[in-house]
Design a protein around this ligand. Structure first.
Ligand SMILES: Nc1ncnc2c1ncn2[C@@H]1O[C@H](COP(=O)(O)OP(=O)(O)OP(=O)(O)O)[C@@H](O)[C@H]1O
Length: 369
């Protein structure tokens, strides 16, 4: 056993198994001290926040690397799924077996196809995706079409009024090739796997991204709730760690994805073994529920008053120092963060460790010739 001093976030015992090495304690003089580790033996809800360019995606990349490095005996208990909205993690493809999935219309070389089971979207998900009101003529028409058992989106077109706006919208959805009646999420549930879902092709399509995340998050929740009931010393379906970059895209406002993540994952995810890691530039956009449910908060530099106030209002009583004052200790350097850990009721300033794989989130350089 190593005698190096270490801080373990999210767990009270000092065990060495099932931990991710995230960085080092940062002293007031800028020197780095004891290693800081994050527990993965229990489910957690973690929030990584900070203003643009101060290290959120980099930190998430470190967490992904650490999952990839866990001994197989531990790793096979989990599957890790990363929702990559900007395509910054896609360059980790192949690193320690990491796989990248992308929707058929936006698949780059080497990425596996990501298809969404068409029946995994609820009636309300389809209404949000199509931009129609559930309580409208189109809504009623769609509900009638979906009532007739399992379907392909092409099949729905045949079941609604021919030539209607709804039929046109459904035809458009069918043309994306994203939804399939025979698709499953099984590939993402391979024990020990790390899957990056590259949704960067839908940069201007918030409804499509939301539909993907809502259906995935709900399906994983249902699968784990079911598996949990049957678990008896053997794990048929792995525990899930869902990492979402730019999480405000899903949780700002009243989206279907935001509702599933808040209601099923944050409020009820502990028992079925669902862990969530959300990264955002705008913690104020995630809502109070997210800030209060997160048991580990990694906060890089923030300067916007709304964001600082949101964190301040969620500051646990054991953190004596106001967030803004603690923030001053981070300095202007990238990669430093305040970490608030509910389990050990502690707050530290840390420096995230250097990445080993390529980081895809750097700024482009200006060419001078
Ligand atoms: N822990 C770290 N150690 C060394 N460099 C870092 C660290 N964290 C961030 N950086 C540097 O800062 C740059 C920006 O970090 P990152 O891409 O994570 O920003 P971000 O907060 O995700 O920004 P955005 O919100 O624009 O996506 C990185 O390309 C890297 O050069």
């Amino acid at each position: 056993m190593s005698c190096e001093k270490r801080y373990l976030l999210g767990r009270r015992d000092g065990g060495e198994d099932g931990v991710l090495y995230v960085g080092r304690y940062l002293a007031l003089d800028g020197s780095q001290g004891a290693g800081v580790y994050l527990d993965v033996l229990k489910p957690h809800a973690a929030l990584i926040c900070g203003k643009r360019g101060y290290g959120k995606s980099y930190t998430m990349g470190v967490i992904i690397e650490e999952f990839a490095r866990l001994p197989l005996a531990i790793r096979k208990n989990f599957c890790v799924i990363v929702v990559d909205t900007m395509g910054v993690f896609a360059c980790m493809k192949g690193w320690e077996g990491i796989r990248v999935f992308a929707p058929p219309a936006h698949r780059r070389e080497g990425a596996l196809p990501l298809e969404i089971p068409s029946c995994s979207l609820s009636f309300y998900d389809y209404c949000e995706l199509l931009g129609i009101e559930p309580l409208s003529e189109h809504g009623a028409d769609l509900m009638g079409a979906m009532d007739n058992g399992p379907f392909e989106v092409e099949g729905l077109v045949k079941r609604v009024k021919p030539g209607s706006t709804l039929s046109g919208l459904l035809r458009m959805v069918a043309s994306w090739g994203l939804f399939s009646g025979s698709a499953t999420f099984d590939a993402l549930l391979k024990p020990g796997s790390i899957s990056i879902l590259d949704l960067s092709g839908y940069g201007h399509e918030p409804r499509i991204r939301s539909a993907i995340v809502a259906s995935l998050a709900r399906a994983l929740y249902d699968i784990r709730v079911e598996a949990r009931r049957a678990e008896n010393g053997k794990r048929e379906k792995p525990l899930v760690w869902l990492l979402i970059d730019e999480a405000h895209m899903f949780m700002d406002g009243d989206t279907r994805a935001g509702r599933v993540l808040t209601n099923e994952w944050l409020r009820q995810g502990r028992q079925p073994g669902l862990s969530l890691v959300l990264a955002t530039q705008r913690p104020s956009a995630l809502g109070k529920e997210v800030l209060s449910q997160a048991d580990v908060i990694v906060c890089h530099r923030l300067t916007l008053r709304d964001d600082l106030e949101a964190l301040e209002s969620a500051r646990p009583t054991y953190v004596k120092e106001p967030i803004q004052e603690a923030m001053a200790r981070l300095g202007a350097g990238r990669g430093a963060a305040i970490v608030v850990d509910d389990t050990t009721e502690s707050c530290h300033v840390i420096k995230i460790r250097p990445r080993e794989s390529e980081h895809g989130g750097g700024e482009p350089v200006v060419y001078l010739d």
